[in-house]
Design a protein around this ligand. Structure first.
Ligand code: FES
Ligand code: FES
Length: 373
């Protein structure tokens, strides 16, 4: 058993001795920012930071990392210096296909913090172990020069990890095989603060039933979950609900587990759900609020108005573009209202996880994988 930390979280490795660190990170932990090119220590694509120094993760065995502190590019998402380096790469056209970029960024960060006086010759010497198949060296060197010109840089302390993600994937007592599985986020005791940023969607769905009979379904959170494809409720304590939204896509299961707070105003036939959760597989988190209201409309029908606010963080945020999320919401809302209608009539829900939902998520995941391989 080998114990070390990855991005601040304890990990136990008990697999084969020949597995290299890059494979372990990518295959077992889903940390695909680390790229693999030559697997011989030549190209530098797999460069990451081990105990404060850049190393080749393709020639570093996971089993040989006892006590090591590993940092992958995923750990730099809130790092101001890395943000500056990334911006400089963009400004100076330091990336084309992007395959070498993770290793280049790790090396550039090391140069910026260790060699503040480096001139172009020294930068090129330090970069000699990182190959760019697109031969974008001029832009890469120019980007690093620009960052160095802004003055000495000190590597800040690594940021505290997101507790929701951490406990979902990297529990100290879990073996890597378990770590790789998606897991529900822990129960959140406090109601989240209102969302002040993020994206907003507003939708109105027509339901051909009296508002009162639809309200009878909407005012029961377990019935609401039964009508929502992929949703499940694990516990209800007063206003606090724990549960999950899941989508099975071939061998991949994306499962956002979390906690929501549900409030109802029966006299107005309106309510609100505010929640947050995490998906262990993609290491992404989501916060959201749904404000909904029923209003009689037309002959014996009603309108269900939903205002949705949401904010994604982590890898899925990169592919969860508003248009994709809007498509998912539209598909879900269509099936949800069909199920609510059925439930209000006393029938079993008929619409389950729709193919469109899976296709949209799968397209997003494919996009993400395509950008990280
Ligand atoms: S993949 Fe590690 S150096 Fe090429
Ligand atoms: S940008 Fe394509 S390999 Fe470097």
């Amino acid at each position: 058993m080998t114990e070390f930390t990855v991005n601040g979280q304890p990990v136990r490795y008990s697999g084969e001795g020949r597995t290299h660190l890059a494979d372990f990170l990518r295959e077992e932990m889903g940390l695909t920012a680390t790229h693999i090119g030559c697997e011989q220590g030549v190209c530098g694509a797999c460069t990451l930071v081990k105990d404060g120094k850049p190393v080749r993760s393709c020639i570093t065995y996971a089993a040989a990392c006892e006590g090591a502190k590993i940092r992958t590019l995923e750990d730099y998402r809130d790092d101001a210096l890395m943000a500056r380096i990334r911006a400089a790469f963009k400004e100076h056209h330091g990336l084309q296909c992007g395959f070498c970029t993770p290793g280049m960024l790790a090396t550039a960060y090391d140069i910026a913090t260790r060699l503040p006086e480096a001139d172009e010759a020294r930068i090129r010497e330090e970069l000699a172990g990182n190959l760019c198949r697109c031969t974008g060296y001029m832009g890469i060197v120019a980007a690093i020069k620009a960052v160095l010109a802004e003055g000495p840089h000190v590597a800040p302390e690594p940021p505290a990890r997101d507790a929701v993600i951490a406990s979902a994937r990297f529990g100290a007592a879990e073996a890597p095989e378990v770590v790789a599985e998606a897991a529900a986020a822990p129960v959140v005791a406090e109601r989240p603060a209102p969302l002040t940023d993020g994206h907003r969607l507003e939708r109105v769905a027509r339901i051909d039933l009296p508002a009162e009979s639809v309200w009878a379904v909407l005012s029961d959170i377990r019935q609401v979950a039964a009508c929502m494809p992929g949703a499940s409720v694990e516990s209800v304590e007063g206003e606090r609900v724990t549960g999950a939204m899941a989508a099975k896509i071939g061998p991949i299961t994306a499962r956002f587990g979390g906690t929501a707070f549900v409030t109802y105003e029966p006299a107005e036939m309106r309510g609100a759900v505010a929640g947050q959760g995490g998906d262990g597989s993609s290491r992404s988190t989501a916060r959201g609020e749904v404000h909904f209201a029923l209003a009689p409309s037309g002959d014996a029908g009603c309108d269900l108005t939903c205002e949705i606010l949401y904010k994604l963080s982590g890898p899925l945020a990169q592919v969860g573009r508003p248009a994709i999320v809007a498509g998912v919401v539209d598909r879900l809302l269509a099936d949800f209202t069909a199920n609510v209608e059925a439930a209000a009539r006393g029938e079993a829900p008929t619409a389950s996880a729709p193919p469109g939902f899976a296709r949209l998520i799968l397209a997003a995941l494919r996009n993400m994988v395509g950008r990280s391989t």
